[in-house]
Design a protein around this ligand. Sequence first.
Ligand code: ATP
Length: 303
Amino acid sequence: MNVIQTHDLTRRYGATEAVHALNLAVPAGSVCALLGPNGAGKTTTLKLLMNLLRPTAGRAEVLGVDTAKLGEREFAQIGYVSENQQLPLWMTVQQFLDYCRPFYATWDRALEQQLLAQFQLPVDRRLQQLSRGMLMKAALLASLAYRPRLLVLDEPFSGLDPLVREEFVHGLLEVSTQGDWTVLVSSHDIDDVERLVDRIAFIDAGRLRLNEPTEALQGRFRRVEVTGGSDGTDARAAAGELEWARSGQLTRFVATAYAGEASERDWRTRFPGATFNIQPMSLREVFVTLARTRATGAPGGAA
Ligand code: ATP
């Protein structure tokens, strides 16, 4: 079952099309990153999913319910943390938690206490006196403590120093092993989410360029270096090859549809007598390649 499913979801702001015909699926139990450069449409997508914005066209379902019909019952099972969230800043951390608790039948006091200790939050301090990182941690705690089925995090790491970021990731990793959560976390930086996620959706200029498990993504991307084998007759990129460059006897490209021996056989045919250096790529390298090739509209693969 998909906890999130969008159908040609589209949102315009005047002449700007922030999200274009998005078909995003997030399966139950997955931890999915919504990655994309600044202005790609991540926040707009998450707001559409939370029914904070209405689509211009298309629709979306969250927990099997059309977002226009999301109600108390569904929101009791959804945690949403965003950078610009309105929090009752006059409350202390303790008052904030006491205030939130009654709204959720599933609130877990033991988990609340565990996270309080783990995040080292001062319970007697007012929210307005907390640093940005602490405030994000308080918001995350209040969203995790009721063990939501779906957790939606909008750029939770932006502006956090590396230490707080690490604590934040650690907290998320710990709880994600304790239950059957589905998480959708947006970020413009793969490094922030790499350790957390098992699935990546990449959005650019409002369009979904890929949406797949990280393992599959890393399986199909390869950096390829070909030495020799070129008589100049077939010096062109084949489908699914990005950043193709040739200089003398050296040809370089990024293969986006690597399929093991079958691909290598194909390359030996195209480059007779050549030697090949075929290297796996880190998620960061894949992400950078996708971001770099976006201007050309080169396909990243299945969307
Ligand atoms: P960032 O990583 O910088 O937060 P993002 O991927 O979350 O970016 P969005 O905030 O969804 O991107 O914005 C997508 C596009 O829509 C951008 O071109 C942005 O300028 C535009 N946009 C967003 N909100 C509005 C608004 N309220 N009015 C007009 N245009 C908007």
